[in-house]
Design a binder for this molecule. Structure first.
Ligand code: PDD
Length: 278
């Protein structure tokens, strides 16, 4: 399949990067994953705005004319114009002699491609998640391609038969290794506030708006580890995750929380989400 790299469409096998690319050497870059439902973009501008925020935060100047048009072209060229898919975008600082400080006047490396994703049937999936200490850095608001901690954590969860991790820092639950997390208690919905501890999830913000529309109270406050077992509902959100009901949470081999069926609030949000995306 084809990828767009540094201004050209190429077969993926022919798109190569310098060993001195700062993305390869330092993980010096950011990325974005933006969904298409049946070939139609969903919250594309929000994803592009987050990308601009991240570029600004890491002091990387990157301008791409007609970026939106190119994103649609990626979907077309992959033959996914009628399908559920997502577009991956990545900007690294580019090729430069190895120095810790950011080099001046370097051409960024830009990579983009579309890929098929399963966006149907999220309402019926059952999943268990694993509690893990949040060993990530302290700028989780930047969607950095340096994902060593996230991949270490999630591999451990998958090895133990879980789908995701629920991360905690200073006793407070932050998010998943690649998703946002919400809790339900006394008809209210809780989620960690925005800030450097979490990624500002596009789906997270959309779900908060849905709650407002549905007159469900949302409190942007972190849930502590002690409070976890008393929750009446837990769900994960994300671009490809959508809204997934969590059936159980494990701490090592101990089940701390169980809920076989999604409750009324989760179901209402899932239904509203489906209507907005289809
Ligand atoms: N992951 N938190 C983290 C740490 C994430 O990596 C993601 C997304 C989210 C959800 O954000 P959004 O709703 O904007 O997708 C939250 C992407 C999809 C990934 O790494 O593939």
């Amino acid at each position: 399949s084809e990828v767009y790299m540094n201004g050209k469409w190429l077969p993926a096998a022919e798109a190569t990067v310098s060993v001195f690319d700062r993305g390869f050497m330092f993980g010096d870059g950011i990325y974005e994953v933006t969904p298409f439902y049946g070939g139609k973009p969903f919250l594309l501008q929000e994803h592009l705005d987050r990308m601009s925020y991240c570029l600004k935060e890491i002091d990387l100047e990157f301008e791409k004319k007609d970026l939106k048009k190119l994103i649609f072209e990626a979907v077309d060229r992959a033959g996914l114009a009628q399908n559920d898919c997502a577009v991956y975008l990545q900007v690294t600082r580019g090729k430069a002699p190895r120095t810790h400080h950011f080099p001046q006047q370097v051409e960024p490396t830009f990579l983009m491609y579309a890929f098929a994703v399963q966006l149907e049937g999220f309402e019926d999936r059952k999943l268990t998640i694993k509690l893990s200490p949040d060993i990530r850095w302290q700028r989780c608001d930047i969607k950095s391609i340096s994902l060593m901690a996230n991949t270490m954590l999630n591999s451990e969860a998958i090895q133990k038969g879980h789908f995701e991790n629920v991360l905690f820092r200073n006793n407070r639950i932050t998010e998943g290794s690649h998703s946002s997390i919400f809790f339900i208690k006394d008809q209210k919905v809780y989620t960690h506030p925005e800030g450097p501890e979490i990624l500002s999830g596009i789906t997270r913000r959309f779900v908060i708006e849905l709650c407002t529309e549905l007159e469900i109270e949302v409190i942007e406050e972190a849930v502590s580890l002690e409070e976890l077992s008393a929750m009446e509902g837990i769900f994960l959100t994300g671009t490809t995750t959508q809204i997934l009901h969590v059936t159980s949470v494990f701490q090592n081999d101990r089940e701390l929380y169980n809920s076989s069926e999604a409750g009324a609030i989760t179901k209402k949000l899932q239904e509203a989400f489906r209507k907005k995306t289809r």
